[in-house]
Design a protein around this ligand. Structure first.
Ligand code: ATP
Ligand code: MG
Length: 345
């Protein structure tokens, strides 16, 4: 069964608690996109649970984390009653794993070795903790995409090389076996489609020269979506600023203060320009921190209330319904590939 509307596919890896950077930089745009585009596109939102442990994690928490991530989608505004939006768990559709193996055998060792994400992540991990899964997860990602004939995949810069690889392997397979896979659109077309500026980067509160990151060791400069609002406000109050003594928006020279302005804008929904106009030239960093801290506490209080109100039964019913439908699509693609390589008549 080929779907008739063009497919947009996206997901968010569940390997740790998400922070406000993930929320404003990835989760919220993803949910907004799904809502805005669902009349013209089929939206596939998935939890890439098989991708969760390409790097070591606490496996006793994974199962909860998977469901928790879907709850986060809902708290961020995902409607569960929209039949053009599919929400599913990757590992519940076994074709992902099965197609990956087939594609693995058409993937060059050399081409995987050139993936910069692998190089970056493996340098950080150290030899003994680098898995073959980390090495070939781009192949799993290619399977995630081609199984549903997806055309549009909104990914950040760190994933563009993998998207290019997906195109390569789909074309390679098609050249050898005929029209088996839909090739996703090239990266510039993706950017055009999403009109995107994937450039938003919330900074770490302690070291504002680097971005807020979930795998930060201390978490002191990171505000997690599950943080107690009062604790989060305190983190903002002790954020690193600068010694200029005057508020100015300048990410390069004054990353700490600029980060506060940026967060204030996102948290209140006021355009950044307006926030800058209101604060620039003032001298009290304390006031800016207080305003940002209060906005953060309000946001977290509201978000956590929405999260607590998510009904698990409705959520699981939605997942199971999506998985049932998409399993058929995925299996049909898998069968085309199995026939192509001679596994099926
Ligand atoms: P890790 O430390 O495990 O790499 P991370 O916090 O960098 O975690 P990712 O899982 O790499 O998060 O990214 C998830 C999504 O969140 C991506 O789309 C990424 O662009 C976005 N994102 C990550 N950090 C930030 C940030 N500080 N500001 C805005 N967006 C962010
Ligand atoms: Mg990252």
């Amino acid at each position: 069964m080929r779907m008739s509307k063009p497919v947009v596919l996206t997901g968010l890896r569940a390997n740790n608690e998400l922070h406000v950077g993930n929320y404003f930089g990835a989760l919220l745009p993803m949910i907004d996109m799904a809502r805005e585009r669902s009349s013209d596109y089929q939206i596939n939102l998935f939890v890439p649970d098989l991708h969760s442990f390409t790097t070591p994690i606490d496996h006793s928490r994974l199962h909860q984390q998977i469901l928790h991530n879907v709850r986060l989608y809902v708290a961020a505004g995902l409607p569960l009653d929209n039949s053009d939006i599919y929400v599913y768990r990757q590992s519940y559709i076994s074709a992902h794993s099965e197609l990956t193996w087939i594609l693995d055998c058409f993937t060059g060792f050399g081409e995987m070795s050139r993936m910069t994400q692998f190089k970056d992540k493996s340098t950080k991990l150290g030899e003994s903790r680098i898995s073959v899964g980390l090495f070939n997860y781009p192949v799993l990602m290619a399977a995630d995409i081609v199984l549903y004939d997806a055309s549009y995949i909104p990914v950040g810069d760190d994933q563009t090389q993998h998207l290019e690889f997906t195109r390569d392997i789909a074309e390679r397979f098609n050249n050898q076996f005929g029209q088996i896979f839909t090739v996703p659109l090239p990266v510039p077309k993706q950017h055009e489609f999403f009109g995107k500026d994937q450039g938003l980067r919330i900074r770490d509160l302690i070291d504002p020269t680097k971005k807020m990151s979930k795998s930060d060791d201390t978490g002191r400069g990171v505000i997690f979506l599950g943080d107690d609002p009062a604790v989060a406000a305190k983190k903002i109050m002790s954020a690193t600023t600068d010694s200029y003594g005057e508020i100015k928006y300048d990410i390069q020279d004054r990353p700490g203060v600029s980060n506060l302005l940026q967060m204030l804008s996102l948290l209140t929904g006021e355009p950044l320009d307006a926030v800058i106009a209101e604060w620039e030239g003032k001298n009290s960093y304390g006031d800016l921190k207080k305003a940002t801290a209060a906005a953060m506490a309000d946001f977290l209080t509201g978000f956590q209330a929405r999260l607590a109100a998510v009904d698990d039964q409705t959520l699981i019913a939605k997942l199971e319904q999506s998985e049932k439908i998409l399993r058929e699509t995925a299996n049909a693609t898998l069968l085309r590939a199995q026939k192509a390589v001679g596994l099926r008549a």
